[in-house]
Design a protein around this ligand. Structure first.
Ligand code: GLA
Length: 724
């Protein structure tokens, strides 16, 4: 990446007709604003980096508002980002430029453009942030009510972006339980396009707050101008694109305003969540790699540069049948396999009500002494005696009607005032109201008490298995009910900040019935996420492929599970299951004692191999090559260390046809002029001809290798190491 010594010069550019252009830059991209006192701020350009005024003036968008507002002479009916009912009932907002500032510290650049309504004392700061280590640009607003009486924010999106029309395609992810992040790609036509969510807590199950716009036709992995847009928010969201007229698509992204009118009293302000934009000339892959680097290097995933341990999670091994004996038996097995961490999943708690199934005891975080007579500390010690770190499952934002907590605090649950709450999982589950400070304190104490009782706890799996299906708060006053969706998220984040302040080193997994909460609103507090409850290696290829569009492999928890698989019933070879799981954070989700002697030995070696490649897999740059979505029956990808000295290549075969076309398998992302020695990992058959041989990066990327990949569900993992 280039270094910037001319930041100030570059940030404030030309003055044309009294207007000043502001170059909001990243190492390789620019977003250009035009500002003039007493005029709305305009967005002129977003694309390749521009550093001179001639290019800037030639690149104009022709007067698109940077933050379109509803109601005053605007043609942007659907595409307004801000809509306000002012204190006198006026529905119009007309934001005019007042001043701007720029600062740079430790490779982080901040721009602030201050605007004020032409009639009301109502102000909005347009905020922009970029980093020297990636091409991600964050945009958000701070909305301030200086009026004498309250104003109501009817819509308060984070940002808007005009995108020039052409053959523009949109890629988005759609899913459901056990089938998350399915990639959907479609051309953008005239009219209204929207991906949105209103689930309240699990905002990444159905639609995810991330999209890609491919500007040069059908999306391609490694070529074509591509824009990424990610909303860093864990609650309801809306990303809409309106195509009216012939010039631009209008992208608007932010909190979903449905049921969420937000009142600001005099002097109060609201900060919208950041929209993280990427522009790349290297297709979807270029956008992904930027998000991955941004997340790893800038705290967008907690401890983004830390290496994650290999773990065994007890869920699919024993489900709710937790006992001292069953846990210790699994620990013995996983120790012998060479794993590093043991996690006890659901089923360990309950006093009056026992957690023997999903209808009971959420909120009663007392050890079930029928199952674990010696308590959790004995298990923590048992793990330590085996050289394993200890981890435990909780679902702290939830309760069941069949729990002591609910008996004591029925007023703590999310419920519409005066209505019986409707229950979720197990017929009795309810969500606790995170807008209530007493609940925030309770949730903090769930973690704090665990850490007090078992101070060596290394890992917590934080689950969330219920959406908001009762849209109301028993805590908020009648005139604040429409704040509930937003205040839930703010309460959750406040609690996570408190936990992180006290336990910065605790590893916390974000889980929501699988990948229901994979979003950049929460990931700054979580080290990783559970990609899906579906552990079938074939379907995981698709789920992991989609998830990797925006999230780095080091944060993706990928576990080898039993065969036949518990979700799909499919039988898959252990090597295939390992080769799929090893492309992210490797773990296991089964009883080691269910492995045959040969399988056990294979798994032991694979764990050891993974330790060697872990830095490349968890911290490398991802190049996706053959997409499983293209239905060729193959899939391939490679992870390349940032210094390009090492790479790990993965190829899979998931269909078998007679006379099936077979590609040569090309690498990507290597240094073309360097030489690499190849070694197959997890090898099962006779060595391939290229085993131990040296090839140039150019050869591997342009010509590629022949791989045998015999039969369906065969796979190949190759380590490439640079030789001097
Ligand atoms: C959710 C999680 C699972 C498991 C169960 C326990 O479904 O996604 O991994 O923890 O809860 O009840």
């Amino acid at each position: 990446m280039k270094k910037f010594s001319l930041c100030l010069f570059l940030s404030a550019i030309a003055i044309v007709c009294g207007a000043k252009e502001i170059n909001v830059f990243t190492p390789n991209t620019s977003l250009v604003l035009s500002v003039k006192e007493g005029s709305p701020v305009e967005l002129l350009y977003y694309g390749d980096r521009l550093d001179n005024t001639a290019q800037l003036s030639a690149a104009q968008f022709q007067g698109e508002p940077a933050y379109p507002c509803f109601g005053y002479g605007s043609a942007f009916f659907n595409a307004s980002a801000l809509s306000v009912t002012h204190s006198d009932g006026d529905l119009a907002t007309n934001l005019l430029y007042v001043a701007d500032s720029y600062s740079c510290k430790d490779g982080v650049h901040d721009w602030l453009v201050h605007t004020r309504d032409s009639k009301h004392k109502f102000e909005v700061d347009l905020c922009y942030r970029s980093y020297d280590n990636c091409d991600v640009l964050e945009m958000w607003t701070v909305i301030r009510n200086g009026e004498k009486k309250p104003v109501v924010l009817e819509k308060y999106a984070s940002a808007a972006l005009p995108v020039r029309q052409g053959d523009v395609w949109v890629s988005h992810e759609h899913g459901k339980w056990a089938a998350e992040a399915c990639l959907v790609e479609e051309p953008l036509n005239a009219g209204h396009f929207e991906v949105s969510d209103i689930a309240g807590t699990k905002n990444a199950f159905l639609n995810r707050p991330n999209i890609l716009l491919s500007l040069d036709g059908k999306p391609s992995e490694n070529s074509g101008r591509t824009i990424g847009a990610v909303l860093c928010w864990s609650g309801n969201f809306k990303m809409s694109i309106d195509t009216e007229g012939y010039m631009h698509h209008h992208l608007v992204c932010g909190i979903n305003e449905t049921g969420s009118r937000y009142t600001l009293k005099k002097g109060e302000s609201f900060t919208t969540p950041a929209l993280a934009l990427v522009y790349s000339n290297e297709g979807k892959g270029g956008v992904s790699r930027n998000y991955h680097r941004w997340a790893r290097h800038n705290g967008k995933i907690h401890d983004g540069l830390g290496l994650r341990k290999i773990l065994l999670n007890s869920w699919e091994g024993v489900y709710f049948n937790v006992s001292q004996e069953s846990m210790e038996k699994m620990m013995d097995g996983v120790r012998d396999l060479g794993a590093e961490l043991f996690v006890m999943d659901d089923g360990w708690f309950g006093r009056k009500y026992k957690r023997n199934n999903d209808s009971y005891a959420l909120g009663d975080w007392y050890t079930d002494t029928d199952k674990l007579p010696q308590g959790v500390p004995a298990l923590e010690q048992a793990a330590a005696q085996r050289g394993l770190k200890w981890g435990i499952w909780i679902e702290p934002e939830m309760t069941n009607t069949l729990s002591e907590l609910y008996e004591q605090h029925p007023d703590w649950v999310v419920a519409n005032p005066g209505r019986e709450p409707i229950c979720g999982r197990g017929g009795t589950q309810l969500t606790l109201d995170m807008s209530n400070p007493a609940v925030q304190d309770f949730v903090f104490r769930v973690v704090d008490n665990i850490m007090k009782e078992t101070p060596d706890t290394y890992y917590i799996k934080w689950d969330c298995n219920m959406e908001i299906i009762n849209t109301g708060s028993q805590y908020l006053s009648a005139d604040r009910q429409s704040h509930f969706y937003v205040d839930y998220q703010l309460g959750l984040i406040k609690t996570l900040e408190r936990i992180r302040a006290k336990y910065p080193e605790l590893v916390i997994q974000c889980c929501a019935s699988g990948g229901g909460r994979v979003n950049y609103g929460l990931m700054p507090y979580f080290d990783e996420f559970w990609v899906s409850d579906n552990t079938d290696a074939e379907q995981r290829l698709f789920i992991q492929w989609g998830t990797s569009m925006f999230f780095p492999t080091g944060a993706m928890a990928q576990h080898v599970s039993a065969s036949p698989n518990h979700q799909t019933g499919r039988e898959l070879p252990l090597k295939f299951r390992f080769d799929v799981a090893m492309s992210g954070r490797l773990g296991m989700e089964m009883k080691p004692s269910d492995l045959s002697a040969d399988e056990f030995e294979f798994a032991r070696k694979a764990f050891s191999t993974y330790k060697d490649i872990r830095p490349i897999v968890q911290q490398g740059d991802l190049y996706r090559m053959i997409s499983p979505y293209d239905n060729t029956g193959y899939a391939s990808q490679v992870l390349v260390s940032e210094d390009k000295k090492q790479a790990v290549f993965f190829a899979y075969k998931i269909r078998q046809y007679v006379n099936q076309n077979k590609p040569r398998f090309r690498f990507d992302g290597l240094d073309p002029d360097a030489c690499y020695r190849l070694t197959e990992l997890n090898a099962a058959g006779a060595p391939e001809g290229w085993e131990g041989q040296i090839f140039s990066g150019k050869f591997l990327m342009n010509t590629g290798l022949e791989l045998k990949l015999p039969g369906v569900y065969s796979s190949c993992v190759i380590k490439a190491e640079k030789v001097d």
